[in-house]
Design a protein around this ligand. Structure first.
Ligand SMILES: C[S@@+](CC[C@H](N)C(=O)[O-])C[C@H]1O[C@@H](n2cnc3c(N)ncnc32)[C@H](O)[C@@H]1O
Length: 387
């Protein structure tokens, strides 16, 4: 049936997906990695489908399809995933190359990257921008691709999935999944946040970035794996309060279970120290101490200042304390003293030493003790002067 050697001959994965394309595809369809065009043709044959854009990364495949497939509903375009694609679709279909390179297959139609899931990961990271709010994604992948990884990418991109079918062939299982935007993503998109992308996860929160009114924002929501309660609400509450003292990232809005703040383009503290010279490092340390002193005075303990590696960002020569999930009121605040502890710890001390910044550890410990018993500006200044 097919003569071009770069065209993927339909296999079990193709026919499995085709079955669900016939059942679910609707309205405006995008078929990525069309190969022989099997999915595009199946979609075009459905009365629920108005148009199909069929794409492939390989030029030869697109030339072949244009020559061999004549269906008024289908248009062809060469594109590496979404690179040349514009607009939003009701249905996105993808039978991706999903086998790990270590199997040494050297074939673009099946080579999914080093681990096998890289193309799928790239696809899922971009798919939401091309999917309408109530659109669906139909995708197949193999047990050789690592199911948990794929499900992680799906979840991280705020998609819900339904396993439509699992079928066993030779040495692998093939899964057909139907994906939809989850309610949280729809809520964010309704708020005008576009281009929502997973950024990182902590023990308690999941962090996403997005674009709101042409500005980059960060969105934090609860990590479903965390058992901690009310941490997100707690952090939003603290940010609102602390922004009045110019502390923390600028809170934009908070809603049930999530909040958004102005994205801080910067370096984590250690990376900043590594790339900066002595004069700038000293200035930053002083600014951090001043911010921590405000927290001490407000009787708010931020926690984690003795290992603040991921909790202080430096942007345009200003420090931003981030992550106030565990912040709480207490008479016994430890913000300044914990930061002293960090500076004299072996890890930070070695990096600072390389920058020709050397502290008298014994003196800092002594000054921290004095500060602890009397948290005033004079005692803070003595610590700053010693660092
Ligand atoms: C497993 S075949 C699937 C072909 C056909 N859709 C099917 O179901 O039989 C994967 C197809 O994806 C294409 N492909 C690989 N990487 C791609 C990428 N980054 N962007 C678009 N297409 C890609 C390959 O050229 C190949 O035609």
């Amino acid at each position: 049936m097919v003569s071009c050697k770069s065209v993927y001959q339909p296999q079990e994965d193709s026919t499995l997906l085709e079955k669900y394309v016939r059942q679910y595809a609707f309205a405006k369809v995008l078929d990525i990695g069309t190969g022989s065009g099997i999915q595009a043709i199946a979609a075009a044959q459905s009365k629920n489908v108005q148009s199909v854009l069929a794409t492939d990364v390989q030029k030869g495949v697109i030339e072949y399809c244009k020559k061999c497939i004549n269906n008024k509903k289908i248009k062809f375009l060469q594109s590496d995933l979404f690179n040349n694609i514009k607009g939003k679709f009701d249905t996105i279909i993808f039978n991706p190359p999903y086998l790990p390179q270590e199997l040494k297959l050297e074939d673009l139609t099946i080579d999914g990257g080093k681990k096998g899931y890289e193309v799928i990961e790239r696809f899922l990271n971009d798919a939401n921008n091309f999917l309408k709010p109530n659109g669906i994604i139909l995708i197949v992948f193999s047990s050789l691709t690592k199911k948990e990884k794929v499900e992680n990418f799906i979840g991280n991109n705020l998609l819900d999935f339904e396993e439509l079918e699992k079928t066993h062939i030779f040495f692998e299982d093939i899964y057909a999944y139907l994906l939809k935007k989850n309610d949280f993503l729809k809520k964010l998109e309704k708020k005008g946040i576009k281009d929502v992308k997973y950024l990182a996860n902590g023990h308690r929160g999941l962090l996403f970035t997005g674009i709101c009114k042409n500005k980059k924002v960060a969105i934090k929501t609860k990590n479903p794996q965390s058992k901690a309660v009310n941490r997100i609400e707690n952090e939003a509450k603290w940010l609102k309060k602390l922004n009045k003292y110019n502390l923390g990232p600028r809170l934009l809005f908070a809603d049930n279970g999530y909040f958004a703040y102005k994205f801080i383009e910067g370096y984590f503290i250690i990376d900043y120290i590594k790339k900066s010279n002595k004069k700038y490092i000293k200035k930053i340390i002083k600014k951090i101490f001043n911010q921590l002193f405000i927290l001490d005075k407000l009787k708010i303990d931020k926690e984690e200042m003795h290992h603040p590696l991921k909790h202080i960002l430096i942007s345009k020569a200003n420090p931003y304390l981030i992550d106030f999930e565990r912040a709480h009121y207490t008479e016994k605040t430890k913000n300044v003293t914990q930061f002293c502890q960090f500076l004299i710890s072996g890890y930070a001390n070695k990096i600072l030493h390389n920058k020709k910044i050397n502290f008298d550890k014994g003196k800092i410990i002594k000054l921290a003790k004095i500060y602890k018993s009397n948290k005033n500006r004079m005692n803070l200044k003595r610590i700053i002067d010693a660092t």
